[in-house]
Design a protein around this ligand. Structure first.
Ligand code: SF4
Length: 339
């Protein structure tokens, strides 16, 4: 069995990689989980990446210098408008790159064909992929439990929720070890004391994961919690759909904003959200979608823009505090009015 690592630029059907005995590596996680993440951004700049391209892109390119990766799956449709150029640079430098495309129209035939092409590329049987899906779904079920312990039972912080769900995209390269880590965490979390939540501010985090260090630590405080991490939850594939095709059609991230909005609205009601933080990455085309989110959501939205992997700047901290205070005032007023 070949245990070589396969890097990818956003979530792809890792069931195929697992069935092929390859190690899945989400390059975003590999970049941001390292304490020296900022050095990868600088490394990319030194090697000719413009400082006006998104820092996630520069970080992915930079971290590749520190990894032993056999092949890179570049998601050229459904993720990032900058990935094609990244793919071309990597190809020029001799890397093996495989393009994967989510269909714009969520066509079942198109996603099926794309998944089949990937399966054939790695030379695995359908049966092996189905077995891998069953094994990964067992872990995803546990991540769903962790998510429930976050928003329903108040036993898991928004930061812990973020860390586990975002890791679901590549299961830290070793699904069996990741499952043990999830099991241990769930055991600990389930023994915590349930906290009363009557006056709590319940926030939803929208957008790609924050590039900042210490964001959740700075935002969450007594009485204020993030109980919905939108895209991180998507990366954890919570659907438990019967087939791979259905699973990757339910994955909202690569499709249009209106499909994402259906999920956000549904979860906002279910999780009783008081407001949203929308994270927008500097130089990201998704910033344009902020207008649609703000227009479409009925609860207050605070849009924050992050650039590099560093601590929060003072202005952002002040804006967070002002937003939280405004929500707390509103909550106290509506509680006093018996709403
Ligand atoms: S944050 Fe936006 S621009 Fe940056 S890699 Fe992600 S999708 Fe691309």
């Amino acid at each position: 069995m070949d245990a070589g690592a396969i890097g990818f630029t956003t979530s792809i059907p890792i069931e195929i990689l697992v069935a092929a005995g390859r190690r899945p590596v989400d390059l975003n996680n590999a970049f941001i989980s390292r304490p020296e993440a900022h050095t990868f951004v600088r490394e990319a700049e030194k090697r000719g990446f413009p400082s006006t391209c998104c820092a996630w892109m520069r970080g992915i390119y930079g971290v590749l210098t520190a990894l032993d990766i056999d092949e890179i799956i570049a998601v050229v449709r459904g993720d990032c408008s900058q990935t094609q150029a990244l793919m071309e640079v990597l190809q020029m430098e001799g890397a093996r790159v495989y393009p994967f495309a989510y269909p714009y129209d969520r066509s079942p035939d198109a996603i099926r064909a794309e998944i089949e092409r990937l399966r054939e590329h790695f030379g695995v049987e359908r049966k092996a992929v189905e077995e891998a899906k069953r094994a990964l779904d067992r872990i995803r079920k546990k991540l769903n439990r962790l998510d429930l312990l976050t928003w329903r039972d108040n036993l898991v912080s928004g930061e812990e929720n973020h860390a586990f769900l975002v890791a679901g995209s590549d299961m830290k390269g070793d699904p069996a070890a990741f499952e043990r880590e999830v099991d241990t965490f769930l055991e600990i979390a389930e023994q915590r004391d349930r906290r009363p939540d009557t006056e709590e501010i319940r926030l939803g985090y929208l957008g790609v994961p924050p590039i900042w260090q210490g964001f959740y630590e700075r935002l969450e405080r007594p009485g204020v919690r993030i109980v919905f991490n939108e895209i991180q939850r998507q990366f954890s594939m919570p659907y438990l759909a019967p087939t791979l095709e259905e699973q990757y059609l339910l994955f909202t991230y690569p499709y249009d904003i209106f499909f994402r909005l259906e999920d956000i609205r549904r979860e906002a009601v279910r999780r009783r959200l008081d407001g949203f933080i929308h994270y927008a990455q500097t130089f990201c085309f998704r910033q344009i979608e902020d207008k649609i989110l703000r227009h479409s959501l009925s609860k207050p939205v605070l849009t924050l823009e992050g650039d590099r992997p560093e601590s929060l700047d003072a202005r952002t901290e002040t804006r967070i505090d002002a937003f939280v205070e405004m929500l707390q005032r509103e909550k106290r007023t509506s509680l006093a009015a018996g709403e």
